[in-house]
Design a protein around this ligand. Sequence first.
Ligand code: NAP
Ligand code: GCO
Length: 266
Amino acid sequence: MAILEQFSLNGKVALVTGASYGIGFAIAKGFSDAGATICFNDINQELVDKGLAAYKEAGITAHGYVCDVTDEEAVKGLVSKIEQEVGVIDILVNNAGIIKRIPMCEMSAADFRKVIDVDLNAPFIVAKAVIPSMIKKGAGKIINICSMMSELGRETVSAYAAAKGGLKMLTRNIASEYGEYNIQCNGIGPGYIETPQTAPLRERQADGSRHPFDAFIIAKTPAARWGKTDDLVGPAVFLASEASNFVNGHVLYVDGGILAYIGKQP
Ligand code: NAP
Ligand code: GCO
């Protein structure tokens, strides 16, 4: 197969969760540019409508569904609807996620559980729903959106770090358990990316100066900038395509070098 053909997603059906905007939307758009048919879900009709309008504006006919990824019955219904209306899901991206920035000793167990539910239990639930058809088809790609917090800790994100660290291990376990069926499960670990999720960390100060966390991230990142959602598209297409057929259980960090760097010397 010619080298560029290996990266083609022609004829593939992709489901990207929580992909009305942000990282999920950028990845889905990249998949469509590479030839895939796009299915996405989001938590409510308003977000799905917003997503459908954004895909339409980008010239993409996407299939949008309302589905809470923490609800196992709803996820089973979503997957069987997509199989009937569009086809068997060849590529799953577990992108939907939430974060709660609360110091650990002030965080309720209910809030901790909520983050684990969306960021760790849900990828398990959605992967479990798509794997049987992938096995029957003899191929499948699962990409879990991990984080810097799959490797690093920081103040206020205990639940998120626990979930994303767990997601890294779920990725390795899916690869271990289903690799023999030609299913590849890998992670993408984005660095600090400009999306609404990180907007509070980039808010300008009253005097117009950078938010201290914003300045901290620029100093911590060898690329000296925040990532853009488009920075994740090439890596995602690679992990969704036949070019990565022998890459399994890997987390590809797309972080401008953060994990390689000890930080600026004083
Ligand atoms: P985001 O706000 O996390 O977008 C995720 C989408 O998932 C939103 O549309 C959200 O809806 C939806 N969602 C939340 N709970 C859901 C549920 N139970 N069922 C279905 N959909 C649900 O924005 P993002 O920054 O693009 O993040 C995407 C993924 O990348 C997340 O997993 C995040 O943790 C991860 N990530 C982000 C960064 C970054 O710097 N931005 C870095 C590393 C990893 P709502 O709008 O209602 O919340
Ligand atoms: C935070 C951020 C991060 C990023 C991302 C890093 O508060 O530290 O929100 O967790 O969103 O996941 O990779």
